[in-house]
Design a protein around this ligand. Structure first.
Ligand SMILES: [Fe+2]
Length: 96
């Protein structure tokens, strides 16, 4: 059974991976917006920056606690990009 500190560390790892995935989603949305929804690019860029901030915050916190990163953050980012591109291609409202 895990103690409270182990649970916190596990949740940090999960949130960190999710933030990396979110950066990918907005990257994918911006990529599609470049071709179809150019007016959304400033908003998507701002949202992407927020997710990068969140990722950095969790990275620093994990570093302070000595928590290991979930397997290859680039995989989570890549998954987010694929998801972001796919959902944005479904329509403007999906990328908005
Ligand atoms: Fe976030």
């Amino acid at each position: 059974m895990k103690n409270q500190e182990q649970n916190v560390d596990q949740h940090l790892r999960i949130m960190h991976a999710c933030e990396k995935g979110a950066t990918g989603v907005y990257y994918g949305h911006r990529l599609v917006a470049t071709f179809f929804y150019r007016d959304l690019i400033p908003t998507l860029t701002e949202m992407h920056a927020h997710e990068m901030e969140h990722y950095t915050i969790f990275s620093k916190l994990m570093g302070k606690r000595g928590v290991k990163v979930v397997f290859l953050p680039i995989v989570w980012c890549g998954g987010g990009i694929i998801y972001g591109v796919f959902t944005a291609l479904l329509g403007r409202k999906r990328a908005d």
